[in-house]
Structure formats: structure tokens, C-alpha cells
Design a protein around this ligand. Structure first.
Ligand SMILES: [Zn+2]
Length: 215
């Protein structure tokens, strides 16, 4: 690794119990004990997927299921209370990690912060003109729903769904640009903020969508 590159050493090279060299940072391949550090690992490392927006979702699910099985407290009832506590903590972190990474919008939000960008609480901005469009959509929706116009509700739902998918595509493109910029040491400043805006926009659209889909 280049010495100018930030490095994140989260995976221990050795199992803390049997001291075997382990490629899997969460569960030891030899004694099957769970690494105590797993409870505080970043979600990408924990689930063993690359720290990127595009991930193989079936691979993510497969890894989550395998690790959950190892860490599940029910399989460790014979162990000391301390070890049981550890499995409880790792299990709950695994669940959180999986719920966060399986959904593209929350994965994007999480990734922004991993890369040093701002959280939604720190930066609530959205792309220009977006709020005006959303207010219009919301009014149209409320009107259609009040009048019991299910056809119109459905149509607006489709419009929102298209907007939602478009935003996610844009987020994917921006993350790719970000990776390319990092790879050739170009300026990345501004890119994360732009992604933040798109991710904030997705969360607005999702809120409206959930209203339509509730009906
Ligand atoms: Zn071991």
C-alpha cells in the first residue's frame, strides 16, 4: 500500500483465542470463536464486502447469513456469560450492518460518512429546484388522495418511483467519479457534498413514496 494512502487496519491477523492466522476478521476459521473487535468494526469490513456503493447484494446476504449463524447467541449457550454477551453484541451489530448496507440509499448515506463526508444532520441541502418539485408533488398527492382518486395516486406513485430510481443511478455515477478521482489523485472535494444532496433527495422521495404505498 502507498504510504500516502489512508489505511484502515480493522482486521486482526491472529485469532485472540487460538492465535491462528485468520483471513476472516469476524469469525476464526479454526476455533470458530468470534473476534471481540467485530462489534465495533465498520459495516463493510464486518460483512467482508468492498467499501463501494456498487456491491453484490446476494453476496452481502450470503455473508450476513453465514456470520449471523456463527455469532447467534443460541449457539453459544454453553459459553461463559462474557462470551455470550459478546455474541449478543456482534449479532446486533451484524443486523444493523446488514440493514444499513442492503438498502442502496442507506448504504450511500453510510458510505459518504466512511469517506469523510458530512452526515444528513450536518448537511441537509438538496439539489437546486428539488424542494419546489417535491412540494408540488406533495400537493398533487394530497389532493388526489383526498378525492379518493386511486388512479391518480398510482400515477403519482410511479412518477416518484422513477425519480427515486433516477436519483440512485446518479448516486452510483457520482460514487464512480469519486473512486476514479481518488485513483488518479484528482480533486474529490465537492463530490461527496454533491452525493450528500442526492442522498438527501432520495430520503424525501422515499418518505412521499411510503405515503402513496400506504394507501
Ligand atoms: Zn481461533
Amino acid at each position: 500500500m502507498d504510504k500516502n494512502e489512508p489505511s484502515r487496519v480493522t482486521a486482526p491477523a491472529k485469532c485472540s483465542r487460538c492465535h491462528a492466522e485468520i483471513p476472516n476478521p469476524v469469525v476464526c476459521d479454526y476455533c470458530k470463536s468470534v473476534n471481540p473487535g467485530a462489534a465495533v468494526m465498520d459495516y463493510f469490513t464486518l460483512l467482508g464486502v468492498p467499501e463501494t456503493f456498487e456491491i453484490d447484494e446476494s453476496e452481502l446476504r450470503r455473508r450476513y447469513l453465514t456470520l449471523s449463524r456463527h455469532a447467534h447467541p443460541d449457539f453459544h449457550v454453553q459459553e461463559d456469560p462474557e462470551v455470550q454477551q459478546l455474541h449478543l453484541r456482534v449479532s446486533s451489530t451484524l443486523n444493523e450492518a446488514y440493514q444499513t448496507l442492503r438498502d442502496p440509499a442507506s448504504r450511500a448515506a453510510y458510505l459518504i460518512e466512511c469517506l469523510g463526508g458530512k452526515s444528513m444532520a450536518e448537511d441537509k441541502s438538496v439539489p437546486d429546484g428539488f424542494l419546489a418539485t417535491m412540494m408540488m408533488m406533495r400537493e398533487e398527492l394530497e389532493e388526489a388522495c383526498q378525492d379518493g382518486n386511486t388512479e391518480e395516486c398510482k400515477r403519482l406513485g410511479k412518477v416518484l418511483r422513477t425519480q427515486h430510481d433516477g436519483l440512485l443511478r446518479r448516486i452510483g455515477e457520482l460514487f464512480e467519479q469519486y473512486q476514479q478521482a481518488v485513483a488518479c489523485r484528482a480533486v474529490t472535494r465537492g463530490l461527496l457534498a454533491e452525493i450528500r444532496q442526492q442522498v438527501n433527495a432520495v430520503s424525501y422521495v422515499k418518505k412521499l413514496l411510503s405515503r402513496v404505498e400506504e394507501k
